[in-house]
Ligand binder design. Structure first.
Ligand code: ADP
Ligand code: MG
Length: 730
């Protein structure tokens, strides 16, 4: 009996408790967060107002007020059963980090009380020496500080036996360098706000004090049974299958996409929804994705800062809740070869403090003009800094998608849709136009409502698409923390808004305002034309066309990351005080190292699988074949067994074939291990390059041969769970 058959017998869905009462979401949404409603209830009016003032106009609160908030936060959390608290942050690993402290302190011999002060709320000092800093902080200066981010509500994380109060924080070094992903994001929102407020002023919006980016990340993921997961070293250690043949049926019938959700998965989704709602995460949409066992969650959009925390939390929750259902949530970009990988679509826009979406085309000619000026600013941003956008999504997992015949390509371009393109074409040609929204689509059936047609048609292959009132950056990996891509978008848009505003101001000296705006818009439409592409981004023609247009196409992570340390880009980030040169260098170094480490782990895992499972399985099967052959020859020669012409040759050929595959697998694994040894001392840039050009092909080679064995070896002799089982057993 093979291990795999044993697993099949263990697979069962979790029984949900009978009659579990379903509560209205509105009755418990955000109950585990210390947000504005909870604060209002628990702190004095004066402190509450001071806090709101801090959030809206940046006027810091006093230490006494911080103490009061800390005390109330503790009481609130303890009232809900929390016994520990932690500063919760997002270090450069892209994951979330926490170090728990108890509320207790001594108040007499052998006696403790629960306490929490303003200073503990505001600042923490985890021993941070093991977090990557990329050389910014040496180990002997281990000090890193966490500082409260009051704009993101504290929350309570529950486990079966206890609860912890989590306080969102940023993480900085002794010298104030950002050691996390959140601080640069907050700074970029500030920079965007300043640029956009000035921009709006020019268009007559004098009352806007603040603009913030908004974001709704659509999160894709796979779910597979835990038993299979445990039996696959590769999934366990690297998050993706390093070998494995795709099953004859995978996604070709398109019967999974938006299909009915199987009960086992639906149960997971319900429980996840409940957990998310308690934390105030506005999960909105859920559906089956294209690949078997692939799904998606999308939230209602929020301010980027909150959306970033919520997405990081959601990913943690997904992993946790899946386990409760005996499943594992795979967030890797490419867990299975041959079928779709998982990405994250980052829907991005800007709102002013009146909650007006700045990417809403608007209904009056004036608002249209403002919209067009913002639109061309974004076109310029994406065109000028497409290498930074590419770098913001560069990591080992995503390398399997970008530039590897998978959505979307490594070439960054913008899709606007027919209607907008027409408008831009007319303006470019110098014919002034009023942009009306002739977009009422009467479906002609009286019982159906009149539908407001979305301004855009859809192009699913574009990496940066305008979708009606927001842009959708589709190149993010599913496992990725969204802070860095947002930071880049915010910064490059701030830069472009400033650029375009200055141009308009200059032009308006000699023309009336509207004519000045239209002339600058027309200039920019011309200048940025190369970044616009409406066709199929996966096609070979586009690659050629993009090359002609001089658009970067960088499939390699290590090469793409170099954009972070390009002088021009360093200057941009320094100008807006988002990153210093040192901070950019450190990020480059950390992410390059991470890439190397991930590939190193993958290669070593593959080697282990070859030696502990694939080759031994193949030896067993080879032995069986050899034994058979020997017996048959004996029977033929000794007992006159009749054989069809070629039958003996066929058996021999099969044995030779299996033997040959074993030989190549072993030979290449040995070469791979030798390669790793050889490059162990070399410089990291060089190493990353060689990993891309030499190690990855070697691993592919081993995989190909292993996959050829998998399809000929009997089920009984193959221990690794197969794609058809992982992806189709429900
Ligand atoms: P689409 O069908 O165009 O993808 P949806 O309405 O389904 O649009 O929204 C997709 C995601 O985009 C959701 O997470 C949604 O919250 C988000 N989104 C919608 N409007 C905005 C906005 N103004 N800013 C940021 N994200 C937005
Ligand atoms: Mg979408």
């Amino acid at each position: 009996m093979s291990i795999r058959q044993d697993i099949l017998r263990c697979i069962e869905s979790k029984e949900l408790p009978q009659g579990k009462g379903f509560k209205k979401v509105s009755s418990y949404f955000g109950e585990n967060t210390f947000g504005i409603p909870a604060m209002k209830k628990h702190i004095s009016k004066k402190t509450f107002e001071a806090f709101l003032g801090w959030m809206n106009s940046g006027k810091q609160i006093s230490l006494e007020q911080a103490n009061e908030i800390a005390e109330s936060m503790k009481d609130w959390a303890m009232g809900k059963g929390a016994t520990y608290y932690t500063h919760w942050f997002q270090p450069m690993t892209g994951l979330t980090a926490e170090k728990h402290d108890s509320f207790i302190s001594f108040n007499g011999p052998g006696k403790v009380i629960e306490q929490f002060s303003g200073s503990k709320l505001i600042k923490g000092e985890p021993d941070a020496s093991s977090f990557p800093s990329g050389g910014i902080r040496t180990t002997f200066e281990a000090r890193g500080y966490t500082a409260w981010d009051p704009s993101s509500p504290a929350f309570i994380i529950e486990s079966k036996l206890g609860k912890t109060l989590c306080i969102p924080t940023i993480f900085v070094s002794y010298h104030g360098y950002a050691l996390d992903k959140k601080l640069p994001l907050l700074k970029s929102d500030e920079a965007l706000s300043q640029a956009a407020v000035k921009f709006l002023k020019l268009f007559g919006k004098k009352n806007v004090k603040k603009v913030f980016s908004t974001c709704g990340p659509e999160q894709e993921y796979f779910l597979i049974d835990k038993n299979y997961y445990k039996m696959r070293q590769d999934l366990l250690l690297t998050g993706r299958t390093l070998v494995g043949v795709s099953s004859p049926k995978d996604q070709q019938l398109e019967d999974q996409y938006f299909g009915s959700i199987k009960e086992r998965v639906a149960n997971f989704m319900y429980e996840l929804g409940e957990e998310a709602y308690k934390l105030g995460i506005p999960v909105m949409t859920r559906h089956n994705e294209v690949a078997p066992h692939q799904y998606e969650f999308a939230p209602i959009f929020e301010e980027s800062n909150i959306a970033t925390d919520h997405n990081a939390l959601l990913m943690e929750l997904m992993k946790k809740v899946a386990l409760r259902h005996n499943m594992v949530c795979l967030l890797h970009e490419k867990p299975f070869a041959g079928i779709n990988g998982s990405g994250k679509h980052l829907n991005w826009s800007m709102s002013d403090d009146k909650c007006d979406n700045l990417l809403n085309p608007g209904s009056t000619p004036e608002s249209n003009l403002q919209f067009l000026a913002i639109l061309v600013s974004i076109l310029r941003a994406v065109y000028k800094y497409s290498d930074l956008l590419r770098a913001s999504v560069a990591h080992a997992g995503n390398e399997h998608r970008l530039g590897a015949n998978e959505a979307p390509p490594a070439i960054i371009s913008v899709f606007l849709g027919d209607e907008l393109n027409q408008v831009l074409d007319i303006i470019e040609k110098g014919k002034k136009t009023e942009i009306s929204r002739q977009d009422i689509m009467n479906l002609g059936i009286s019982r159906l409502p009149v539908v407001n047609r979305d301004m855009t048609d859809r192009n699913r292959t574009s990496p940066f698409a305008f979708t009606g009132n927001k842009f959708e950056f589709r190149a993010l990996g599913s496992s990725q923390n969204i802070a860095t891509p947002i930071t880049v978008i915010n910064t490059i848009v701030a830069d472009s808004l400033d650029f375009v505003r200055t141009k308009i101001e200059q032009a308006a000296k000699s023309k009336d305002f509207n004519t000045a705006v239209l002339s600058i818009v027309a200039d920019l439409i011309r200048d940025t034309k190369n970044i616009r592409f409406e066709g199929n981004n996966y096609s070979e023609e586009w690659k050629k066309e993009a090359q002609k247009r001089g658009l970067p196409n960088e499939p390699s992570t290590a090469e793409a990351l170099k954009a972070l340390i390009k002088n021009e880009n360093i200057a941009l980030f320094e100008r807006y005080k988002i990153f210093s040169k040192e901070e950019l260098r450190s990020r480059y170094k950390i992410w390059l190292e991470l890439y190397i480490k991930i590939l190193d782990i993958e290669a070593k895992t593959l080697n282990e699988m070859v030696n502990s499972s694939i080759v031994p399985n193949a030896f067993d099967y080879q032995g069986l074949l050899a034994g058979n052959l020997r017996s048959i020859v004996k029977l033929k020669d000794g007992a006159g067994l009749k054989l069809a012409d070629g039958a003996l040759e066929d058996l021999k050929a099969h044995l030779s074939d299996v033997t040959e595959k074993i030989y190549y697998i072993r030979k290449n694994s040995q070469a791979m291990m030798k390669f790793l040894e050889e490059v162990s001392g070399i410089d990291e840039e060089e190493k990353a390059k060689r990993f891309f050009t030499e190690l990855k092909p070697l691993m592919e080679h081993i995989r190909r041969h292993s996959d050829m064995l998998e399809v000929v070896i009997s089920d009984e002799h193959w221990d690794l769970p197969k794609y058809r089982e992982m992806l189709f057993v429900k």
